[in-house]
Design a protein around this ligand. Structure first.
Ligand code: BTN
Length: 180
């Protein structure tokens, strides 16, 4: 990794942490809040691609695991990684790789195709993994968990659109732009 790659990766890790400082909005019916931090995860995938994006997200998750209060609402520590939101954290870890794979497909050349890939990987798959784990560690059924997660779809879809617009502009700053 060149110095420039390290700086870009560290900046995205920092952006993810800063987005975690925006207070989460709790939902009464599931122990999963609305957060802004997943915007940073999407940005990691779009701007950095699979390798650097995964490193950026891993660094952030490692800090959280070690007890640094970098998750939304100042959460931290190993317990979070087996708690109700652990599925989303796993989803976040694999988001840059999934996104980069999808965006590298030849048919995904137009903006709407790229938006679809980002939406499917960063929203649908993350919510599906999060829902599954939520149903494992809480009394909420898988169906109930999946239905509850529909609450996140409108907000997360807006985040995808916003992050896509930002990501396209940031591509000039990267050495390995994912969006061409
Ligand atoms: C955590 O801080 O422990 C993880 C929170 C996960 C929140 C998920 S991410 C996808 C969905 N969209 C949101 O705004 N909240 C949930």
């Amino acid at each position: 990794m060149k110095i420039r790659d390290i700086v870009q990766t560290a900046l995205i890790t920092a952006a993810i942490i800063v987005l975690g400082m925006i207070p989460p909005i709790p939902l009464g019916f599931i122990p999963v809040p609305i957060v802004m931090q997943n915007l940073g995860i999407m940005l990691a995938g779009i701007v950095l691609g699979a390798k650097k994006g995964t490193i950026a997200v891993s660094m952030f998750l490692l800090l959280a695991f070690l007890g640094f209060p970098v998750l939304s609402g100042g959460q931290a520590g190993p317990a979070v990684f087996i708690g109700p939101t652990a599925g989303y954290l796993l989803g976040w870890l694999i988001t840059p790789a999934m996104m980069a794979y999808g965006l590298s497909r030849p048919i995904v050349s137009r903006s709407w195709g790229q938006l679809m890939v980002i939406w499917i990987t960063a929203v649908l798959i993350v919510d599906a993994i999060g829902s599954f784990w939520l149903s494992v560690v809480t009394p909420i059924s898988l169906t109930g968990s999946l239905m509850s997660n529909l609450t996140f779809i409108p907000g997360d879809s807006i985040k995808v659109f916003a992050v896509y617009l930002v990501g396209v502009r940031m591509k000039a700053l990267t050495t390995t732009p994912v969006i061409k």
